[in-house]
Design a protein around this ligand. Structure first.
Ligand SMILES: Cc1ncc(COP(=O)(O)O)c(C=O)c1O
Length: 361
């Protein structure tokens, strides 16, 4: 029987009472009584599971599905990843590893974040690898939020971003992305969502599901807001490579004074077509926040799968040409899609491709 009252104040006393009941002590009728187990973790009942993932799970029971289910590219992981993984298996690199990641991998990632994202990473110790970007977000939310802390998320949003805030017992406050602005914020509106309970703003650019990209001016204004209001910025940059038409991806942590208060989140799922291999990474300058994140990482995964980490080293040490190939293929598919929509469903569906521009059009 599940008891759905308030949480017990004295868990030890309750455990002792439950034990005495189960052992038949306490009263003559004890053996016939059922044990009351307090309902812990009830808040999880209000954390939505992903609709997309429900469909994905169903899809595996269909013989030859035509897949329209999720952001899993049809490319395969580059050969550099596969051969490094094969080598790691042959060399029996199948044992426990450092909690936050293999040092060589963290070194390569720190270099990438300095060079490509323009972040002032001090040392690879500021990074940790995770079991995909979703795990990174889980860890960040658990480490940053107290129950009831508000996080401002875009509407629409990638659903697990919302669920991860709820799973950390945070409160979700949404701010619309506007189609008329190329699926970007009205930044005055974003600022108006801040309350004394706001702990963080979560931004995701390039954005899933709309494809909207924040401009440099947007990121500068968001940075100003975050600094002035003393907030954290969670920057989900899963799609950093999917920028078309000469657009620019701006990592907020590259702006002055922002690395200290930004937790940037990345994933190999999209950049290296490694969705099933599960590898993400995240940086945190603040040692206290980092220590909390490390605990959650350890408790939820111990360490990221060894062979996958060696695969990522292979990816980063090898040629990065596939990024441009992936991007070009995705751009061609986007153009085909818009062309088809324009010709076959004119007046039913609308929309035009947009690049990130410094001023909205
Ligand atoms: C916006 C966004 N962030 C993060 C992720 C995390 O991906 P993964 O957990 O596969 O690394 C995804 C995946 O679809 C995403 O769309």
């Amino acid at each position: 029987m599940v008891h759905d009252g308030a949480l017990p104040r004295d868990l030890h006393a309750l455990a002792a009472r439950s034990l005495s009941v189960s052992l038949g002590f306490g009263s003559p009728n004890a053996a016939r009584r059922c044990i009351t187990i307090p309902a812990m973790g009830q808040f999880l009942d209000n954390v939505p599971f992903s609709g997309i993932i429900r469909i994905r799970d169903m899809m595996y029971s269909v013989a030859d599905p035509f897949r329209l289910d999720q952001g899993d590219v049809s490319f395969d992981a580059p050969d550099t990843v596969k051969s490094a993984m094969r080598r790691a298996i042959d060399e029996n690199r199948t044992h426990y590893l450092q909690t936050t990641g293999v040092p060589r991998l963290l070194e390569l990632l720190a270099e990438k974040m300095r060079r490509q994202n323009g972040m002032p990473i001090g040392s690879p110790d500021e990074l940790m690898v995770t079991t995909g970007g979703i795990h990174a977000l889980y860890i960040v939310c658990q480490a940053l939020l107290e129950p009831g802390d508000e996080v401002i998320l875009p509407d629409p949003a990638w659903p697990p971003a919302v669920s991860n805030v709820l799973a950390a017992q945070g409160a979700v406050v949404t701010c619309p992305l506007h189609e008329r602005l190329g699926w970007r914020y009205d930044l005055d509106e974003l600022e108006s969502k801040i309350t004394p309970r706001t702990r963080a703003i979560y931004v995701n650019s390039p954005h899933n599901p709309t494809g909207g990209v924040l401009t440099r001016a947007d990121v500068e204004r968001i940075a100003e807001i975050v600094r002035e209001r003393n907030l954290w910025l969670i920057s989900d940059e899963a799609y950093e490579d999917v920028i078309f038409d000469g657009g620019e991806h701006v990592s907020p942590a590259s702006l002055p004074g922002m690395y200290e208060r930004t937790i940037p989140v990345y994933t190999f799922s999209k950049s290296h077509a490694m969705t099933g291999l599960r590898l993400g990474y995240v940086a945190a300058k603040d040692p206290k926040v980092r220590e909390r994140m490390k605990k959650v990482l350890f408790l939820s995964a111990s360490n990221v799968a060894s062979v996958v980490q060696f695969g990522a080293i292979g990816a980063l040490e090898g040629s990065q040409e596939f990024t441009a190939t992936f991007r070009e293929e995705l751009r061609a598919r986007r153009d085909l899609f818009y062309d088809g929509i324009g010709r076959q469903a004119a007046g039913v569906l609308s929309g035009t491709p947009r690049a990130a521009r410094s001023t909205p059009s």
